[in-house]
Design a protein around this ligand. Structure first.
Ligand code: C5P
Length: 224
């Protein structure tokens, strides 16, 4: 199995309220994107492509290791991953791909190992998940609760998500232009591919708002 990695880092991070794209915001003195690349590399995935905002090419090139490939992303996460896959398709030797969010900087490499193990065991798609602890409901446009979901059947999905490379390439080819999904498991599911789950990790939490960054800094302090 030869795995390559994609780190999606082309988001603006508006909800974080920072003065720069989220992936460049420092955690423990290093940009989030550098932590995400390390997670993949620590698990043995050396060949990594990072999607970045077009306006920030130089800033990303300055902070990323020289052997990371940088690709301009798109307006949505779906468009960004499409761009990275196009860059990967010309390489040729890889048979497996991991897609990771730069916004999950402290993901332990054990999570990557579990995803890769599921793929090695024959899965075409594998994602790390955690249980949902809150009661979770749906609401209508007025905010009125319309249903309470069966919590035992719900999971929170994290990254990195792993795929047979041909499976992910085919699924993106099949996805109609203009359809935007929030993760890659949803893209392969739309193509009818079964998605296996493995155990995620609370430390792989996504940094979205300022509080998440504060928690990540505390986590780092506690693990040092
Ligand atoms: O917006 P969200 O937090 O779901 O983004 C998840 C990841 O996808 C982030 O790491 C972000 O940088 C990336 N992304 C991207 N291109 C976009 C939007 C988000 O690579 N246009």
């Amino acid at each position: 199995m030869h795995a390559v990695g994609i780190v999606a880092a082309a988001g603006s991070g508006l909800r974080l309220g920072a003065d720069r794209p989220k992936a460049l915001v420092p955690l423990g003195g290093r940009p989030l994107v550098c932590w995400a690349v390390d997670t993949l590399r620590d698990a043995g995935v050396a060949d990594v492509v990072v999607t970045v905002p077009a306006s920030e090419l130089r800033a990303f090139a300055t902070v990323l290791p020289a052997d990371v490939r940088i690709v301009v992303g798109g307006d949505t996460r779906t468009a960004s991953v499409r761009a990275a896959l196009a860059a990967l398709a010309v390489v040729g030797t890889a048979d497996t791909v991991l897609v990771h969010d730069a916004a999950r900087p402290l993901t332990p490499s054990d999570v990557v190992t579990r995803v890769l193990a599921a793929l090695a065991a024959g899965a075409r798609a594998a994602v790390p998940v955690l249980p949902v602890v809150d009661t979770t409901v749906t609401v209508d446009d007025d905010g009125l609760v319309t249903a309470t979901l069966e919590r035992a059947a719900l999971r929170r999905v994290q990254t990195p998500q792993g795929f047979a490379l041909a499976t992910l390439l085919d699924a993106y080819d099949l996805l109609p232009a203009g359809v935007e999904l929030t993760d890659d498991a949803a893209v392969v599911r739309a193509a009818g591919v079964p998605v296996v789950t493995v155990a995620g990790d609370e430390r792989a939490a996504k940094v979205t708002v300022a509080h998440d960054l504060a928690v990540a800094e505390l986590q780092l302090g506690g693990s040092g």
